[in-house]
Design a binder for this molecule. Sequence first.
Ligand SMILES: *Cc1c(COP(=O)(O)O)cnc(C)c1O
Length: 381
Amino acid sequence: MQLTTNSLNQLPTPCYCYDLSLLRSTLNVIKEETKDYPFIVHYALKANANPKILKEIVHAGLGADLVSGNEVKAALDAGFAPGMMAYAGVGKNDWEIETGVDNNIYCFNVESVPEMEVINEIAARHSKTAGIAIRVNPNIDAHTHRYITTGTTENKFGIDIPVLDEVVDKALSLPHIHLRGLHFHIGSQITDMEPYRLLCEKINELLDHYEGRGITFEMIDVGGGLGIDYENPEEHTIAPFKDFFDVFKQNLNTRQGQKVHFELGRSIVAQCGALVSRVLFVKENSAKKFVILDAGMTDLIRPALYNANHKIVNLTSQSASQASYDVVGPICESSDVFAQDLALPLTKRGDLVAILSAGAYGESMASRYNMRDLPHCHFIE
Ligand SMILES: *Cc1c(COP(=O)(O)O)cnc(C)c1O
């Protein structure tokens, strides 16, 4: 993304800057890679639900992947079609289910039998039939951070394959449930395509098995999780969508008329956002130099929560010499650190610093801890 100090000098900080033209280019690549295939891409709102970002994504024709009742409402407000909405999550409140049922969303991704029974009950009370997909735990290790691995039997997510038959039979027996298909989501920030190939094999086995039992599904939802390049964001501004979709084009044996749904969050919005911050102080002690920013873990929690690394650049300094700094935030927590021993051009109070690849799970995870204000935001066309 293009960030110049001239355009940013007046910005209130900390501030999320979003490059809308990069977002549009990203959405165009997705459109190109999925056309001519029965592929439907949903955007996972939890990555970033900024209304201006949602507007671009609605305009590109994507569906919505939702994980709370308020996300269902935000998606409706943004103009996503209810017939393009999937609602996932291990714990859905009754009012959240009602919101989905009332608005005739395409599908609830169901994670347990008790949940399915409650959806059936609520749909009956509203004289409706709720579309569902059963979230299957395929027991595939996505080789990503343990907090964002979701598809192994150690995780709280989904139904294990050994009991899937029973759960499918249960779904088929409930009068106010319409079973649309199976749902999978194996994790996030996945950069190796092999787990997705293994997922396709698992799905093919399941499709054969259910075909043998006379059961066909109108769709298969393979989830999201495609990773992005946090180390070299300037070289890889757009995620490797071709590699990702090719895995499914080449390995998934979909049946006649069957749709394949995808739920992408991070890969759509991460690179179009940067968190821009001002240097408050440069502090030296006997061991270290610290760059203390006005942005902290309340604005971008990924480094503190997942040990995530974001590339950091000083937008102001013209210095030819460098120094090694720990880049930290102002919050009263020792984990409020963005980088350690990072080489930056000589940095001083007032410099603008950009933390790159912050468009996903940045603003959406911001909190008011320490009674701080939420970050500002700014859009670059
Ligand atoms: C978070 C989530 C996604 C999106 O994951 P990304 O890594 O952002 O692509 C998709 N589906 C489900 C069920 C999720 O929980």
